[in-house]
Each structure stands twice: as structure tokens, then as C-alpha cells.
Design a protein around this ligand. Structure first.
Ligand SMILES: C[S@@+](CC[C@H](N)C(=O)[O-])C[C@H]1O[C@@H](n2cnc3c(N)ncnc32)[C@H](O)[C@@H]1O
Length: 214
């Protein structure tokens, strides 16, 4: 379990969520069987909820993996959004492209290959919603670019901000994760103490932070 909330709570909430069907279920199963990290069940539903409510026209995602969350956001939006998603792993990109084709989304969802920071530096067009789900140790470095690229009424959703509970509790921190934990704490400090921003941190999945401008 995630060590972000009580196990019984997590299990109960997960059991409330109906199983996915068809091709999305196949992609989810592939991820599970092949150790590909994709959004946790409840985080996936949270994303769908936010996208369905906000109906963003332009979405930026950091961390494509095999395309699961991109497809999820596209399908949930009902506004045919343009999605830009960044991934550095070539093999992931190949699998993601195959998955996008299954949904006829290879035109709508554009994958940029490269390191998030390098790609972010080159992007100019603003986004309505930014989903941060790559490079946990660099969210604090991604933030200035994400704020530059965020529309005035846009939102940033950052996953894994409590990172298996370690961000909130020193006793859980594994030695080799100390840098990630410290940087994630910096990210949360930045988004919660900037007077121009309003941020809510939700102990769901691996921890989610939602940020918008005041
Ligand atoms: C958690 S997975 C993304 C899962 C995906 N959002 C989903 O839920 O379907 C994170 C992905 O980000 C990629 N990644 C990690 N650090 C990165 C970086 N600095 N730049 C680009 N991609 C990165 C990894 O290769 C991995 O595929």
C-alpha cells in the first residue's frame, strides 16, 4: 500500500471504483504485468474528474509512459483537447504510440521525446492544465516553466508529492531517496507559500497537489 493514507481507507476507496473495460483495461493490465508505473486507480479517477470539470483545450503532461493517463484525460474531457506529453524513454514512446493509434489519438496527442526540463524550456504556447508525473526529484525545477506556460485560470496537478509517505515522515525516508524527498518538500513549500498561488495537497494515491493562481 502507499503509506499515504490508511490501508483500509485506500482499499475501500479502490474497491468503489469500477474496473476499466476494453482497450484501456488492456493497457492498465499491460502496465501492471510489465512493471510500468502508471497513475494509481484513484488518481486516475481524480484526473478524469478534474479534466471533465475543467474541459481544458490544451493539456501538458510530464511523463507519458505508455500513454495511459493521456488517453484517460482525452476521453474524460469531452472537449477534444490537444495534449502535449513529454517522455525520455524511447521504448515507452514506441508503446505509447501503439496505444494512441488504438484510440485514433496519434494526431491529437503529441509526444515530445526528451528530458522534461529541456523540452519545457522550448515550449511557448500556454496550457489550461498541466499534469506533472515525471522526474519526482525535479518538480521544483519544472515549476518555473510550468507557471510560465500556465494560463491565468489554468491548473497544475502534480502526482506523487507525498512519495510513499516519505515526504511527510522522516522515519519512512529511505537513504537513497533523500534527495527526491528534499526536493519534493521544496516543491510543496514553493507552491504552498507563494502568495500568488493557491494549492491543496490531497493524501490520495501517492499524494496529489493541485495548484492554481489566486
Ligand atoms: C509515472 S510514469 C508516467 C505515467 C503516466 N503519466 C501514466 O499515468 O500513464 C513517469 C514516466 O516519466 C518518464 N520520465 C522520468 N523522468 C523524466 C524526465 N526527466 N524527462 C522525461 N521523462 C521522464 C519515465 O521514463 C516514465 O515513463
Amino acid at each position: 500500500m502507499s503509506k499515504v493514507t490508511y490501508d483500509y481507507m485506500e482499499e475501500y476507496i479502490r474497491n468503489l471504483i469500477p474496473d476499466r473495460k476494453g482497450t484501456l483495461k488492456e493497457i492498465e493490465d499491460f502496465a501492471k504485468n510489465n512493471g510500468v508505473p502508471i497513475v494509481q486507480k484513484e488518481t486516475g479517477v481524480f484526473l478524469e474528474f478534474m479534466v471533465n470539470m475543467k474541459k481544458p483545450k490544451r493539456i501538458l503532461e510530464l511523463g507519458t509512459a505508455i500513454g495511459f493517463s493521456s488517453i484517460l484525460m482525452y476521453e474524460a474531457s469531452e472537449a477534444e483537447p490537444e495534449i502535449t506529453t513529454i517522455e525520455r524513454d524511447e521504448n515507452m514512446i514506441k508503446l505509447a504510440k501503439m496505444n494512441l493509434e488504438k484510440f485514433n489519438l496519434d494526431e491529437k496527442i503529441k509526444i515530445y521525446q526528451g528530458d522534461c526540463l529541456e523540452v519545457l524550456e522550448k515550449l511557448q504556447e500556454p496550457f489550461d492544465l498541466i499534469f506533472m508525473d515525471a522526474g519526482k526529484g525535479h518538480y521544483n525545477h519544472f515549476l518555473p516553466h510550468c507557471l510560465r506556460l500556465l494560463k491565468d485560470d489554468g491548473i497544475i496537478i502534480a502526482d506523487n508529492v507525498l512519495f510513499r509517505g516519505m515526504v511527510a515522515c522522516d522515519e519512512l525516508v529511505k537513504r537513497r531517496k533523500i534527495t527526491i524527498v528534499k526536493r519534493m518538500r521544496t516543491y510543496l513549500d514553493l507552491v504552498t507559500h507563494d502568495e500568488d498561488l493557491i494549492t491543496t495537497v490531497i493524501p490520495m494515491g501517492d499524494g496529489i497537489a493541485v495548484t492554481k493562481r489566486r
